[in-house]
Write a protein that binds this ligand. Structure first.
Ligand code: SAM
Length: 225
């Protein structure tokens, strides 16, 4: 059944980019503001998902969660996890998930740059890192969450036949993704042209790009055999 989003009004005033410190690692901050998400030590999946199991599908920077909710619906036997750094978006999306009683979907308010130590090795089927904030100005690039360190984490958490999906509508960010991927000896990757090969529902940002006829690039990375 389609979700009636009228039941879940968005907050009246939404700040798109709050404190710049939000995008830095907690350990790098001199002062931590109230808008900075809590650190996570460990997750008890038995309290999160109705089947008590850990997540299978993992959406980093899930925003308002269009893809996350659709993946949870498409794959009722899999657990979908979203991570979102902006409190209002994480709270709103979790409200939808709880309101609709979607037992295989969950969002956490967290910044991925603080690591994924609470996710088991070789446990995730698919990681999504889709249409990240581009942070194109040179002085803002350190806010990007896709780094060699994060890619090591993604290659640690994915299963042997797992996939990492990347998409962006910014050509320079696509080049940056390719550069980071080339530095990882464990992974192989492919630039994907066809929707069929991509195989994912459209995200909020992708829907906007399609409507406005904005080009975007997609990559699927996998562990080498
Ligand atoms: C441009 S939006 C794209 C949202 C969604 N993936 C889509 O394609 O529609 C990027 C999202 O990543 C989130 N984000 C940025 N840095 C993050 C971080 N370090 N940890 C978690 N989420 C982050 C932003 O708050 C924003 O919701």
């Amino acid at each position: 059944m389609p979700i009636d989003f009228l039941k879940y009004p968005l907050p009246a005033r939404v700040r798109h980019h709050t404190a710049p410190g939000l995008y830095m690692k907690h350990s790098e901050l001199k002062e931590v503001s109230d808008s900075y998400p809590p650190l996570i030590e460990k997750m008890d999946w038995s309290k999160i998902y109705s089947n008590g199991k850990p997540p299978d599908l993992f959406d980093v920077g899930c925003g308002k969660g269009k893809l996350l909710l659709e993946q949870a619906e498409r794959h009722p036997d899999k657990n979908a996890m979203g991570i979102e750094v902006r409190a209002w978006a994480a709270t709103w999306l979790q409200g939808v998930i709880e309101g609709e009683e979607i037992g295989n979907c969950h969002t956490i308010w967290y910044s991925v740059v603080n690591g994924l130590h609470f996710i088991e090795d070789n446990s995730i089927e698919e990681v999504y890192y889709l249409f990240p904030d581009p942070w194109s100005k040179r002085k803002h690039r350190k806010r990007r969450a896709f780094t060699t360190e994060m890619l090591d984490e993604y290659s640690r958490i994915i299963k042997k036949d797992g996939k990492i999906h990347l998409a962006t509508d910014v050509a320079e960010v696509h080049e940056y993704h390719l550069e980071i991927l080339q530095s990882n000896a464990k992974l192989t990757y492919k630039v994907v042209e066809s929707d069929e090969e991509w195989g994912l529902p459209v995200t909020n940002k992708e829907r906007f790009c399609r409507k406005e006829n904005i080009h975007f690039d997609r990559i699927i990375a996998k562990l080498k055999d």
